[in-house]
Write a protein that binds this ligand. Structure first.
Ligand code: AOF
Ligand code: ZN
Length: 358
């Protein structure tokens, strides 16, 4: 199961609206078939593994990181596929909260005469499935908030564009993170300041760039911004705007290849209502978002208690008193979240926190 869970990591971020699941078929101590949910979500992992194993699947044990599906979607149920292939035993990890599955997969397997061993390493399997599980449990995507902080607690300087805070290793780690999420989100302020690309630029992983989302109530993003100029080409660009954003801007941005999504303004009327935006994104099947914006968007997510994972990257660089302070200090992070991982990347420290379970 540990090997199956590692294999399931392969397509995390690439299978929306499905989770990235893996299946290993083992017979006589040898792996005879393996599968991971294909890019785009289909075929499912079990189908791929059974096809690879062919006749060798007969009498094998299937290790699956999520309960096999029971529904006729765009593909026939995986539980039926495992029965038909002659698999003898299924060891499964996480339960599938999708109401079309939710126990019915295991029931089909048992009715087909297979031995079923559920909930083996369920917690570990839940890690690569965390976006999918969060979307079902909270009706919104999993939110990862990443903040790079200088020694004196700043994230940049107003009006100075992108300021280098973290070093090469941490920056590459950020790109790796981008390759594993389904979307990246920033606010219009960061777009104007930094004019970022928000793509994954690790050699070989460029095609894993996620959807780029900008919260831009009045659609004031410049037409020559990189995110607009490259909309749809290396990656999609989605602009979330207030209902009364100017129609001329809407038309120009659609023409440039951007996607648009309306959202209500927040109660103060300065930004957009985050909980509703996330709910709408989840309804389209989006399971994970990396928030890489500035202080304002970070504060909104923290203030609305919408952060599932917080990543604080601390660098030795000094910015000075004209800097923009980070939305959260390491001390506040430690009191509000639980530290889950900690790495040293060159001169930088990369700390990952998770929501304290309520
Ligand atoms: C599996 N194996 O590899 C995955 C599963 O839209 P569909 O027909 O592809 O079904 C989507 C549902 O299938 C999804 O909500 C989840 O319950 C399950 N995902 N199941 O047996 C897989 N990715
Ligand atoms: Zn399936």
């Amino acid at each position: 199961m540990a090997a199956a869970i590692r294999y399931s990591e392969r397509h995390v971020g690439l299978t929306a609206t499905n989770p990235s699941v893996a299946t290993l078929l083992v017979r006589d101590g040898r792996v005879v078939g393996r599968g991971v949910t294909a890019r785009g979500g289909r075929p499912h992992a079990e189908r791929v593994a059974v096809d690879e194993a062919g006749e060798a699947a007969r009498g094998a044990t299937a290790y699956v990181t999520l309960e096999p599906c029971a529904h006729h979607g765009r593909t026939p149920p995986c539980a039926d596929g495992l029965v038909a292939a002659g698999v003898a035993r299924v060891v499964s990890a996480a339960a599938d909260p999708d109401p079309r599955v939710d126990g019915k997969g295991h029931a089909i397997l048992r009715a087909g005469g297979l031995t079923v061993l559920p909930r083996v390493m369920a917690a570990e399997a839940g890690e690569p499935l965390s976006g999918y599980l969060t979307r079902h449990a909270r009706k919104r995507p999993e939110v990862i908030l990443k903040i790079a902080v200088s020694r004196d607690g700043m994230i940049g300087v107003e009006g100075r564009g992108q300021v280098a805070i973290t070093g090469t290793i941490a920056n590459r780690q950020t790109h790796l993170l981008r390759s594993r999420v389904e979307a990246i989100m920033i606010g219009a302020g960061t777009l104007r300041e930094d004019d970022p690309m928000l793509t994954c630029r690790l050699p070989g992983l460029e095609s894993r760039s996620p959807l780029r989302i900008v919260l831009d109530p009045d659609l004031c993003v410049p037409q020559d911004a990189q995110l607009v100029a490259t909309a749809g080409k290396p990656a999609r660009t989605l602009l979330v705007h207030a209902p009364n954003a100017p129609e001329t801007r809407r038309r120009a941005l659609l023409e440039a290849g951007c996607e648009l999504q309306p959202a209500e303004r927040d109660p103060e009327g300065t930004g957009l209502a985050l909980p509703e935006i996330l709910e709408d994104l989840a309804a389209t099947g989006l399971s994970s978002i990396l928030v890489e914006g500035g202080s304002r968007i970070a504060r909104s997510f923290l203030h609305n208690d919408l952060v599932d994972r917080l990543i604080l990257v601390s660098s030795p660089v000094e910015i000075g008193a004209d800097g923009v302070p980070a939305a959260i200090t390491p001390a506040e992070a430690r009191s509000q979240f639980a530290l889950s991982r900690h790495y040293v990347f060159g001169a930088d420290r990369w700390a990952e926190y998770v929501r304290r379970s309520a």
